[in-house]
Each structure stands twice: as structure tokens, then as C-alpha cells.
Design a protein around this ligand. Sequence first.
Ligand code: KDG
Length: 315
Amino acid sequence: MESTAVSEVVTIGETMVLVVPVEDGTLDTVEHFTMTVAGAESNLAIGLARLGHTVTWFSHVGNDPFGRYLRRKIDAEGVDVSRLGTDPEAPTGVFFRERVPGSPPVGYYYRKDSAASRLQPADLPDDLFMGASIFHCTGISLILTESLRATIEKAAALARERGVRVSFDPNLRLRLTTVEHARAALLPLLSKVHILLAGLTEIGLLLQNDEPLALLERLREEFGVEEVVFKDGARGALVADAAGNLVSVPSVTVGPEVDPTGAGDAFNAGYLSGRLRGMDPPAAARVGAVMGAHAVAHVGDFENLPTWPQICSGM
Ligand code: KDG
């Protein structure tokens, strides 16, 4: 039976089974592994669910144990997976990540021809955006395959038609693409985006400018982006206020940094939660900064993200 669940936020993108070694070291030397979940969009969905929002994650998984595992784990996090489809002819993507002390984590993708990468515009459920306030997507989907890119473009167009705000994180993955390909694939979507949540370095690379005010002006004038946040890691974030100035929001520390992966997705969840609660962009970015701080203080992308009451007691 078709679900009629209504969510405040809808997100679409590939989620993979993440296999991580139990011990530190390169993948050719470690022997024991554990399994979890990785995907920028489902990380955001889980972060928002922890903060008390209703959120739907749409994608395809394979008809395999990994697909069943992802459906069960993400459902158990309180994310609506009722629209998640199964592609009987393609596998679920798999991702290995190695941890070597003193080096940034390195990922190895096994996602070519995966179920999610074969998504097509016709796979979008008709009622996907019913009742939603925000549609969030990332540049990862735009660079994986032509059909997934077309699916996201159609989803963004449908969302706009239905009055749903489109939120976008370029999430430039240079292990998956080149800057030139990313520019060609990502920049056309910007004119459909209301809320841009971008790493300062990556948007600088994409738009070939490293001056934040010049980037803001171009994003507003050429692409019509209404809300702009530049994330800059430990240096915090720059957030455009109503007057068109960039306000600096410092990063937050909740413990020593052990794993930076997922910090951007956690920030995005906090920012969108703040905006859904009626906060102005700088205040929402402060929620984002707290979420990002929790992500980097723990191993894993989302496992230790806080709930809304925990955020309020620490802010
Ligand atoms: O944002 C964290 C992601 O990088 C990770 O979970 C995997 O979505 C992912 C990707 O495609 O790199």
C-alpha cells in the first residue's frame, strides 16, 4: 500500500554499507571489520530525526542483505523509509574506510552500477514532496551517473513547483570526480537552490574564486540562491544575514577531534533544524556548529549525534 506519511524534510541520495576495520591500519594489514551505514543524505536524515524532525529518505537499494540492512538501520533511526525502493537487478553500494592514526580517513568505493546510481526520474514517487518544507540533496548524486543527476534535477524542479525549499550541499568528492566534471554537473542545479550549505574551499574550487564576499554576490546574483552558508571546518562558518553581510559563526568543541567524517552533514542537519524552528540563519548555524562538533568528537558519521534536548542543555 502507498504510504501517506508526511515529512518536513525529504532527501534523496545513495547510502552504502560502510565496512570499517576494528583496528587501525591500512586495509591490506587489518583483519577484523565491522559494518555500519554511510551516505551524506541519510546522515543528514538521521541527524534531523535525532533533533525531532520528520524526514523521508528516498533512494534505491539492491535486493540483497546489504539493502535489507540499510532499510532496517535507517528505519530504526526514526527516518521514514517507506518510499525506499529495491532494484532487483543491481547491488547495494559498499564503501570501505581505513583509519590510520595521524592521517585523514581514506575511503574505497564499490558503488559502480549500484542500485542507487541507476535511479531514474520516473522512479520518483508522485507524492514525495507532499507536505514537505525542505528538499535536501548533494553534489554526490550529481556526479555519480547521468540518470541519478537527471533524477535530482527533476526532484529539485518538482520541489520548487510545490513550494518546497531546495537545500544543497556540493559535497565535492575528488575521489569520485574531477573539478571540471563537478563544475559541469553541479553548477546548473544552483539556479534551483534556495539554501546553499557549502564547504568554503569546495565552492571556491567550483566557482574559481576564493573571496567569500565575491562568492556570495555571484551566488545571489547569477544563481538566485537566497540563503548561503560557507562551512570552514575548525574556523567555523560564514553565514549571509538578511542585509547581505557575512556573519562569522565560530566552531564549537565538545571533545578532542577523532573523526571528521560526517561533520558537514551533521552541521547541515543542525542548520536546517534551526531554520525549521524559526531561527535566523546565524542562530541556525550555531546549532549546526554544535552538531558538527559532536560528529567530529566520535568515530562514525552519525552514531553519536545529539537529540534536541541535549543540544539545548549544552548551548
Ligand atoms: O558525508 C560523509 C560521506 O562522505 C559518507 O558517509 C559517504 O556519502 C558518502 C560518499 O559518497 O562519500
